[in-house]
Design a protein around this ligand. Sequence first.
Ligand code: PGA
Length: 254
Amino acid sequence: MMRRIIIAGNWKMNKTYSESEEFLSEMANFTETKDLKNVDVVICTPALYLKLATGFAAKSKIFIGAQNVSNFDFGAYTGEISAPMLKAIECSFCIIGHSERRKYFGDTDDLVNAKLKILQQNKIIPIVCIGETLEEREAGITEDVVVNQLEGAFRNITVNNDVVIAYEPVWAIGTGKTATPAQAQEIHSLIRSWLIENYNHEIAENMSILYGGSVKPDNIRELLIQPDIDGGLIGGASLDMGKMKEMINIAVEL
Ligand code: PGA
């Protein structure tokens, strides 16, 4: 099985309802008339627009992702959105462990682990984000940090082609600083080796490992041609229709 290339947009807390509608409609039309080969286009919208977005997905080739999920199934958890709720509106993916959630909302490895489990139970593909801060990179502990986050997120998890990993060095997110293709490849290869050791060759070979952190049309090609980089989790540039189309075109043509 050849692993999928995933071009995933993470809108974070951006766009109004009508801007979302306009974007999703145009993206649905764009992908509809295109041979996407082995590329999956995923748009992770704010929760409020997910139902609107999955409506467009149903009529086109795009997939929709959430940006967060509760670790509980249902109940008295004010403000939370559960995996069964996401499933019921046909949401296909969900980002978990994003560094912004870890930094501002206290998401820990244990919480990421619980969210991973609940997403799998509901047949939603988790996009598990890991990555080191600038201080950690400068202290030379990037590999330890990444392996610790993997161990935390995947504790007691069985994997069966139903998980995606995104390596996002925190210092490259929203900063305009991208890891060089070689820096990114080094960590992607480490992640793939970890998967071989902790699962097996087949699982490691089939899992898409995305890179995230200031990905844009200018640098996506160099990143995607690395042997272990299987797509991008894209913030800022994914808000722009022209840039998103350009990045999809580059991925399809590689
Ligand atoms: P960025 O964000 O592309 O704006 O750096 C990436 C992300 O946070 O997923």
